[in-house]
Write a protein that binds this ligand. Structure first.
Ligand code: SIN
Length: 284
């Protein structure tokens, strides 16, 4: 197995490994270490059944099942601990979540008290390269480090609410009402700055922009602060872009990166299966 850092502020490619087979513990340890340091790992050329994706994921902790989706039932009936991300409609029903539009910058499931620490996404079908659907990741350690002293001071000790009502494609999840006043947003409360328990490094922890609110501020103050933070955190200098090929597996550090997906041609098929690993503790 080889691990080569990608150019840029995050990302590494892991090669010379077949994730469908049992992976030696020394390789799991090296993968976990690169995941902590480089935050996004890219494995090409993998052919994984759902049980094989589950088995590889379990090397890093217990699986965290997907949150509620707009349709109110798991997409993957046989393996409800996996999510399906897809625009494909079969027999009049979507086989997966998020459709073909943009999925806005977000981290996964930060609307729960202990969000997943890792996610793995396995590409089974992808649009042709010119059709869109690339996924971007931004390094929140780098974004925090580059904040102005004024913004660092403005967010120290501040807590924000992370909206549970909509997914990153803007669709209302089953059982939620649309938010009309961000002071009433339903979702977990987390600090805007996370300290990584292993390294002591600080990272911005933003979750998702729609319906977010900084507790204790007036709505205009909260909106202005969040707009400034999001404009800063999603700059290309902190980000990488992944152009998918069939067989790719991406493994990301959900507490330390944001990600967003470009829209893609609705006439093309995109099918991905995703696992998540439970977080260890509340974000602090
Ligand atoms: C997601 O936001 O988890 C999905 C990313 C993607 O479709 O590439």
């Amino acid at each position: 197995m080889r691990i080569d850092n990608l150019d840029g502020p995050l990302g590494a490619e892991v090669s010379g490994i077949d994730l469908s087979a049992a992976v030696p513990q020394a390789d799991i340890d090296a993968i976990a270490s690169a995941w902590r340091e480089r935050l996004v790992l890219v494995f090409h050329g993998q052919t994984l059944s759902d049980p094989q994706l589950i088995a590889f994921s379990r090397n890093f902790g217990a699986l965290d099942p997907p949150g509620p989706n707009p349709y109110g039932e798991p997409f993957n009936k046989q393996h409800p601990e996996l999510n399906v991300i897809s625009n494909v409609i079969e027999n009049g029903k979507p086989i997966g979540n998020l459709g073909d539009g943009e999925a806005v910058w977000h981290a996964d499931m930060t609307y729960v008290d202990v969000p997943p620490k890792a996610a793995m996404l396995h590409a089974l079908e992808v649009p042709p390269p010119e059709a869109g659907g690339n996924t971007h990741f931004a390094n929140m350690f780098a974004a925090y480090a580059a904040l102005s002293p004024q913004l660092k001071q403005a967010i120290a000790g501040k807590i924000a609410v992370h909206d549970a009502s909509t997914n990153s494609a803007g669709m209302l999840r089953k059982g939620y009402k649309p938010v009309s006043d961000v002071r009433e947003t339903v979702g977990a409360h987390h600090p805007l700055v996370r300290t990584d328990p292993a390294s002591g490094r600080k990272a911005l922890f933003l979750g998702r922009r729609p319906n977010a609110y900084v507790l204790g501020m007036s709505v205009p103050e909260s909106e202005a602060l969040l707009d400034a933070l999001w404009a800063h955190a999603t700059q290309p200098r902190f980000a990488m872009c992944h152009r998918w090929q069939v067989g790719d597996v991406l493994m990301w550090n959900n507490l330390s990166v944001l990600h967003r997906r470009d829209p893609f041609d609705p006439k093309s098929r995109r099918v991905m299966h995703r696992s998540q690993i439970k977080g260890d503790e509340r974000v602090a």
